[in-house]
Design a protein around this ligand. Structure first.
Ligand code: MN
Length: 205
């Protein structure tokens, strides 16, 4: 991915703001990318401006060292480097109306791990619904194989050295304008937008 180091810039979405209609609306995409993600970018640059020793670290490295830094700095980095990483990952993981499902090796692995594609989908939806307040649900790969995990706030599973394959942002700002408080409907709509080619590439590394 481009722009992995300070100073961070808000990379454009890989599709038009209205490209995810009718599942995700143009106004939500504008606010989510241009305001919410922009704020994490600005905050992260502000933190790193005062920490020259951290300016050469990648987003992933910043997230991975957060636990070993003084508490205030570590928390700010977890929130803001996480906010940039997670949002880029989330936006790049969607594509216009794919309405598809995985195929090939990733489908076979999901079937082995979760029973069937439908079982995976149901488990993933349950996990995304279970996030209390704000956070994310993820499909990750790691030493124990494929797993579904959730993270609160802007925490990211890369802090635990797990490799993310898919994520859904379940902060209300991701869906409230269109889906109001109906997170389950938003999750169903998100499934129509999953970029499975991207997920397969991420899983194959
Ligand atoms: Mn968000």
């Amino acid at each position: 991915m481009e722009n992995q180091h300070y100073p961070f810039v808000n990379l454009p979405l890989p599709y038009a703001y209205n490209a995810l209609e009718p599942f995700l609306d143009e106004k939500t995409m504008h606010l989510h990318h241009d305001r919410h993600l922009q704020t994490y970018i600005d905050n992260l640059n502000g933190i790193l401006e005062k920490e020259p020793g951290l300016q050469t670290l990648s987003l992933e490295q910043l997230i991975q060292i957060a636990d070993r830094l003084p508490e205030n700095l570590g928390t700010s980095l977890r929130n803001n480097a996480g906010g940039v990483y997670n949002h880029r990952f989330f936006f790049n993981g969607m594509a216009p109306a794919t309405e598809g499902k995985p195929s090939g090796e990733l489908l076979a692995r999901l079937q082995r791990r979760f029973g069937s594609w439908e079982d995976f989908r149901e488990d993933f939806k349950k996990a995304a619904l279970s996030v209390f307040g704000s956070g994310y649900a993820w499909l990750v790969d790691g030493p124990r194989g494929l797993r579904i995990v959730t993270t609160p706030n802007q925490n990211s599973p890369i802090a635990w050295s797990l490799r993310p394959i898919l994520t859904i942002d379940v902060w209300e700002h991701a869906y409230y304008l269109k889906h109001y408080n109906l997170r389950a409907d938003y999750i169903d709509d998100w499934f129509a937008l999953v970029n499975w080619e991207q997920a397969q590439e991420r899983a194959a590394h």
